[in-house]
Design a protein around this ligand. Structure first.
Ligand SMILES: [Zn+2]
Length: 624
């Protein structure tokens, strides 16, 4: 038996926090209930007991009641009585569908080539549309089927092209049209999962589907970045929401977080607040069952004595509900409630999120999830599906190679006096496709194992460990190393600059293992941040795994994912001479200029502020 923390709670002296009975000011909260649990809701006593426990720890505005998962279909009587139960408590109700045949069999989906499967999917959709005016499709509206019917139907197309066409057709013919025929008012929302880089291979079509569906929704669950699994970086919980918002402006209904793979409770809270930093209007907590997970003493991370942003001891304090009742936290629902109360206190002060534009054409792939790694390295990113011709600086990864016009678009960008940074992966992909018209660089098949760097002509700095990089060669005095690395007495470019027309093309060498980005020395990261931040008026200096979130009204957030305290510098333009810490009201003064010279030049047009961040914590600032 796990030792629960309720016992400890009674020994702590505290003031009782008040639970926000009327909901949160800046966002809505929804809970998703799977068909397995909706089935059990035929017992109102059972439902009432669980619901009371959840809803007295976190304020919930809406519930998604799933009608189907794994061929389990909830009966109409249970759906209707559950709807009535929630509506009578002022909770908005919507339907949910998970289109799995057997989730536990490697996420077995339906076969959209097989007429019997197609008929079944249509029936499930029609059944659900009869009971709800809003329906969300959970993660599984894709296909991994390679049955003989699919192999035959695919013909000479790639699996990606076959499935992209197939699922676009299935969205129209098996979901949207049948649902609207039954219930013309029904709003149908497709929730996309967190593995956006690989969608097209399984038929999730970000080009066609957001236009077809009434709304989209974002899987912002990143879970554990290190242990076996997807290896998604924490920053993705923010960036994926922004990316999908850029695909369907105003149509991205919310972010979706579960309790899976939690190494410590702070990780759960981080996913929730990163989703909110992205300005998601709603968060869905997956799911009704997971919210009943008890709080364990092992959930308290080792850095908790530093009182980080997610303060575990504060979270487990009893809370006072609206009717004067005091409730002792028992389950993970309180971790969500606590996090929401904390973030809601300042979220309204933030403007619209902004970042360095990174163009990712629809259904493209290459250098998987690289923008998330850069986000973790303190570079505010913003992925967009169209070429961002208005940005002074753009960042392009290998994915951009999926646009056949990409070289011409880069040329136009440079000719109009703007700049671009491309990765070594994109350089490789564009070899022989016209990139040499801009600069004659060679991405060779040779590698170098490096540890020593030289930045801006200054003295050398070292990385945490040896890093393997591709060797890129160039013509002397045709283009220039901006950041160099040195191995066995030979230097290779890490950041390389080529002038063309009225702009500059920078090439960033990406380590063979993108995780090594985190091992780059702060001096190297600082220079990359500096070059990239031409459209952003604030940047940070310091080690990796400290992220920066910038808003268009002079507010910004710095968040550390490191397990220890970290000191960073915030760099702004000179007109900003004070930073106001929104959480504490404290004012920080800066000093003119920055430490060290870049290319022999001393900067007097910028301000530097010293900032200390606790482990796994964030600070919110307003520049003055
Ligand atoms: Zn099939």
């Amino acid at each position: 038996m796990k030792k629960f923390l309720q016992v400890v709670v009674f020994c702590i002296i505290y003031t009782t926090p008040v639970f926000p009975i009327s909901g949160y000011k800046n966002f809505k909260v929804a809970v998703y209930a799977r068909a397995y649990e909706v089935q059990k809701m035929d017992s109102i006593q059972w439902l009432e007991r669980i619901w009371n426990e959840i809803s007295q720890q976190v304020n919930v505005d809406k519930i998604y009641l799933e009608t189907h998962r794994d061929l389990i279909i909830v009966n109409e009587k249970t759906i209707e009585s559950a709807k009535k139960f929630f509506e009578s408590r002022g909770v908005k109700v919507a339907g949910g569908i998970t289109l799995t045949v057997n989730e536990s069999n490697r996420f077995e989906t339906f076969c959209y080539t097989n007429p019997d499967h197609r008929k079944k999917v249509k029936e499930i959709v029609e059944y659900t549309a009869r009971h709800f005016d809003e329906i969300i499709l959970d993660d599984f509206f894709f296909t991994d089927c390679k049955c003989d019917l699919c192999i035959k139907a695919k013909g000479n197309l790639s699996w990606t092209q076959y499935r992209l066409n197939l699922m676009t057709e299935a969205a129209q013919e098996l979901v949207i049209k049948p649902a609207k025929a039954i219930n013309p008012k029904v709003k149908i929302v497709i929730k996309f999962p967190n593995w956006y880089e690989h969608f097209q291979g399984l038929g999730f079509n970000l080009e066609t589907e957001p236009k077809l569906f009434d709304g989209i929704y974002t899987g912002t669950e990143t879970r554990d970045p290190v242990r076996p699994g997807q290896h998604l970086q924490q920053y993705e919980s923010y960036l994926i929401f922004r990316y999908f918002e850029n695909i369907k402006h105003g149509g991205n209904g919310g972010g979706w977080v579960d309790t899976g793979g939690l190494p410590y409770m702070d990780r759960y809270a981080e996913q929730l607040w990163l989703t909110l930093f992205a300005k998601a209007p709603e968060i869905t907590l997956f799911d009704f069952r997971q919210l009943q997970r008890s709080i364990h003493d092992t959930d308290r991370a080792e850095w908790q004595s530093a009182h980080p942003s997610f303060n575990f001891d504060e979270m487990i304090k009893p809370v006072q509900t609206g009717n004067g009742k005091t409730v002792t936290p028992t389950t993970v629902a309180r971790a969500a409630g606590y996090t929401f109360e904390k973030v809601d206190s300042f979220l309204g002060k933030l403007g619209n999120p902004v970042g360095i534009k990174s163009y990712k054409p629809y259904n493209s792939q290459g250098e998987d999830f690289l923008q998330d790694y850069l986000g973790m390295a303190g570079i505010p990113m913003d992925i967009v599906p169209m070429f961002p011709a208005d940005a002074k600086m753009i960042f392009l990864t290998e994915s951009a190679n999926f646009d056949p016009q990409i070289v011409n678009k880069i040329k136009e960008q440079l000719a109009s006096g703007k700049n671009a940074m491309i990765t070594s992966g994109l350089l490789r992909a564009l070899q022989g496709k016209g990139i040499e018209d801009i600069v004659e660089l060679r991405y060779t098949d040779k590698k170098a194992l490096i540890k020593e760097f030289a930045v801006g002509g200054q003295s050398n700095c070292m990385s945490k460990g040896e890093i393997l990089i591709p060797q890129i060669t160039y013509l002397t005095n045709d283009s220039w190393e901006d950041i160099s690395c040195i191995a066995s007495g030979i230097g290779w470019p890490i950041l390389h600059q080529a002038r063309y027309s009225k702009g500059s093309l920078f090439v960033l060498t990406i380590p063979e293992n993108s995780g090594d980005i985190y091992n780059l020395p702060p001096e190297v990261l600082n220079r990359i941040r500096n070059v990239l931040s031409q459209d952003i008026n604030v940047r940070i200096e310091g080690p990796s795994q400290v992220s920066l979130f910038v808003y268009d009204n002079g507010t910004f957030i710095v968040e550390s994912f490191l397990p220890e305290n970290v000191s960073i510098k915030v760099i702004t333009y000179k007109q900003i001479n004070k930073l106001n810490n929104i959480l504490t009201g404290e004012e920080i003064s800066g000093k003119v200029g920055q430490d060290g010279r870049i290319w022999g030049r001393e900067r007097t047009d910028i301000m530097t502020f010293d900032v200390n961040i606790k482990p796994h914590s964030f600070l919110v600032f307003q520049s003055k």
